[in-house]
Design a protein around this ligand. Structure first.
Ligand code: 1HE
Length: 266
């Protein structure tokens, strides 16, 4: 891959970005510390997602080395008073929110250890691709801490409260096949094939109408959590706005004039 770091904002050495057409690839680039997430790295991700060039339509997030991420950098787990502890956890919430509710859809490619804050990070993206080496754990229990990167909000809808309790209380790890079977990941590929799959998906996503991608990533999760009456009303408004977009009219016309591809079984 060619390095086009100049396309993006300055990043800390623990992050590395590349452009592939309309897709940006962001690498956690701290393999010597198993991509442990320190504050500099987390704030670097905020800067990256906030300043994406307008022509970037999707992002792939991956980890260098043998593991996606070892989670919170435990060397930064200094003694904090309650108030600054809340501030620290909130800073992760804000950072991961920028990914989940950012400008474009994000695909994570995970492999090796996807643990603690690394799993919380993976839970904040829109599509997860796992290589067979991936395994998931929440070692916070054994470290005497608690999830603080939004895991208790984002993981239960993906894997269920009971499974999350089991992982946190007993240290149980899930393998890549288990993660795929329970819907934590959407794609499972052989080791080494994750980036190609992630790029293929991101390139497909980048072709969608930008408003549809916005509606799917920003509106759908909120509608899904709303009470049904508010959900139906919000869905109707979102649908009406989407169909009023020039891009939708162009795409519908192309289909009706037999210029657009049919839906075929993949
Ligand atoms: C680290 C970290 C880290 C590795 N913080 N430095 N996360 C954990 O409890 C997971 C802790 N890490 C591990 O269990 C293992 O490192 C791995 C299974 C991920 C990888 O094992 P391995 O054998 O490939 O690597 P290693 O020899 O254990 O680690 C290599 C180096 O990375 C070593 O540093 P070195 O200077 O001795 O070479 C490790 O100290 C360093 N390293 N993981 C800091 N996490 C917002 S709340 C979220 C709460 C959490 O995320 S809790 C979960 C924390």
């Amino acid at each position: 891959m060619t390095d086009h770091a100049a396309d993006f904002c300055p990043l800390p050495p623990s992050l590395r970005a590349e452009r592939r057409g309309a897709v940006a690839v962001l690498w956690l680039h701290r393999a010597e510390k198993r991509n442990a997430l320190n504050d500099t790295l987390v704030q670097g991700m905020v800067a990256f997602f906030d300043s994406l060039p307008d022509d970037i339509r999707a992002v792939v997030l991956a980890g260098d080395g043998e593991h996606f991420s070892a989670g919170l950098d435990l060397t930064e787990l200094e003694e904090r008073d309650v108030f600054s502890g809340i501030g620290h956890s909130s800073s992760w919430h804000r950072a991961f929110d920028r990914i989940q509710f950012g400008k474009v859809p994000v695909v994570a490619v995970v492999h090796g250890a996807v643990v603690g804050g690394g799993l919380e990070l993976a839970a904040a993206v829109h599509i997860r691709v796992a290589e067979r080496s991936a395994y998931y754990a929440l070692p916070e229990g054994s470290r005497g801490i608690f999830v603080g990167g939004g895991g208790s909000v984002r993981l239960p809808p993906l894997i269920g409260v009971a499974r999350m309790m089991d992982m946190m209380l007993t240290g149980r790890t899930l393998g890549a096949e288990e993660g795929q079977a329970i819907g934590l990941t959407q794609y499972l590929v052989d080791d080494g094939a994750g980036m190609a799959k992630g790029l293929e998906l991101a390139e497909r996503i980048a072709e969608n109408a930008p408003f549809t991608n916005f509606a799917v990533t920003h509106m759908l999760p909120r509608i899904a959590r709303a009470d049904p009456a508010a959900g139906f009303a919000t869905e109707a408004l979102t649908a009406a706005i989407a169909q009023g977009e020039k891009e939708a009219k162009k795409r519908l016309k192309a289909f009706l004039e037999k210029r657009a591809p049919k839906v075929v079984r993949g």
